[in-house]
Ligand binder design. Structure first.
Ligand code: AMP
Ligand code: GLY
Length: 417
């Protein structure tokens, strides 16, 4: 009797999803891998499925019956995709819609942190432009942070260093009344080192993935704009044991308690953005999916059968992962020269064959067999080695050989670790 082919689907179209597809191809578990909608990078490893709406994707799943579905980005999780796919019988990586509100609404996440005494920046919520103006006017501590409560694709946070700068942002956000439905957060500015903690979790327990650091700013200048992430490296060395204890007991354990108290189903990744302040680790944000470009670092560092990890996790079983890893990885993002304001698009991209680093595609497309840029973060180039130094060297050597006009990348990723 022949066995049915084991199918797996990755939902999403960025470099993170390319790395997730890669995680499935290096495992022997699946003989058919799909990406929806995917991109030209993924097309060399998986069959790309285009779809217009989530119901269309759900119908495709009902028909093709993939065993495993990994949902990469937050928006479909916040829209409830994981719940529907689970009810169709697929094994899904991604939390329920209810739990995804931890990322979908920053106001809600702040309320959870208040209720569970999870350390975070102090905050006030403005429900109207007038309320926001009042908060800005009364403020004496600068800089301060302004955040849109809802999903904003990494573009809804601004650090403002004066009343004048804050009023300017308030004026432009005030022209978009929909932003005030969820509210605008007026938040204390935390100072310290930023790290990305990723855990695999079943909502009761969790295991740490390698600790990573993301470079959120466009460049190293103090007033550089925030981006979706311009690079990352991991494992980040030297986290003090008492800091790790605090992250476990004051943050992760309390999130688990919250999920259990609410009865929320969570099988997937929780990514906590943290600031290591001199008063201990404090939460900047919760994400209910993996980071981009952190995923591109984590997947190659964890030498594990990822197919097995995903299948077990989707059933609620946590794999036992080591707490220290024998490899390191450095990811550098090649972005459009106009990113994050806009993107030129249309540049030809030539990636020479035979490079040692991994090249994950983000905003690329194929036009008449020519690979071109198609948005802000075009490629993520990853070097892997026994230590950060070798990994960094490989990443920069690989990116240096890529021919892509009108692009930019940071030269200082993992420079000081
Ligand atoms: P978020 O989407 O909330 O993680 O914010 C994006 C980025 O803005 C973070 O990664 C930080 O670099 C910065 N940021 C957010 N909140 C704060 C804060 N309260 N204090 C300082 N920086 C912040
Ligand atoms: N690297 C930041 C994020 O994925 O949200």
């Amino acid at each position: 009797m022949t066995q049915r082919p084991q199918r797996a689907l990755v939902v999403g179209q960025g470099s993170r999803e390319h790395a997730l597809v890669y995680s499935l191809t290096i495992s022997g578990h699946f003989d058919r891998i799909y990406a929806a909608p995917g991109n030209p990078g993924m097309a060399s490893l998986a069959e790309c499925i285009s779809y217009e709406t989530l119901p269309e994707l759900i119908r495709w799943c009902a028909h093709q019956d993939p065993l495993l579905v990994i949902v990469g980005p937050e928006a479909p999780l916040v829209a409830g995709l994981a719940d529907v796919l689970r009810s169709q019988g697929h094994a899904v990586i991604g939390p329920s819609q209810a739990a995804a509100a931890l990322e979908g609404s920053k106001a809600y996440a702040k309320d959870v942190m208040r209720r569970y005494e999870i350390p975070t920046a102090s905050v006030q919520l403005a429900r109207s432009p007038t309320e926001l103006d009042r908060l800005i006017d009364a403020e004496t501590a600068w800089p301060h942070v302004m955040k849109q409560s809802g999903l904003a694709g990494g573009k809804g946070v601004v650090v403002v260093d004066s009343k004048e700068a804050a009023f300017k942002v308030a004026q432009s956000w005030g022209e978009r009344p929909e932003l005030f439905t969820g509210g605008i957060l007026w938040e204390e500015c935390l100072v310290g080192e930023e790290i990305s903690v990723h855990v695999l979790t079943n909502g009761h327990d969790y295991v740490w993935l390698p600790l990573t650091r993301d470079y959120k700013r466009l460049n190293a200048l103090p007033d550089a704009p925030n981006t979706g992430g311009m690079g990352a490296f991991g494992p980040v060395p030297g986290l003090a044991p008492d800091t790790e204890d605090k992250i476990n007991t004051e943050i992760l354990d309390r999130v688990m308690q919250f999920l259990q108290d609410e009865g929320f189903l969570y099988r997937g990744i929780l990514y906590v953005g943290l600031m290591l302040t001199h008063n201990g680790p404090k939460v900047l944000e919760f994400n209910v999916r993996m980071g981009d470009p952190e995923t591109e670092v984590i997947i190659p560092v964890v030498d594990y059968d990822w197919g097995e990890v995903w299948l077990q996790l989707a059933e609620g079983t946590l794999p036992s992962l080591p707490r220290s890893f024998e490899k390191a990885a450095v990811a550098v993002v090649l972005a459009d020269e106009r990113y994050p304001q806009s993107s030129l698009g249309g540049q030809s991209i030539h990636v020479p064959p035979g490079g040692k680093g991994l090249v994950f595609h983000g905003a690329t497309r194929m036009i008449d067999e020519r690979l071109e840029a198609h948005g802000g973060r075009i490629l993520t180039i990853v070097g892997v080695g026994p230590h950060i130094t070798e990994a960094r060297h490989q990443a920069y050597e690989t990116i240096g050989a890529i021919n892509a006009p009108h692009t930019q990348y940071r030269r200082d990723i993992a420079e000081q670790t």
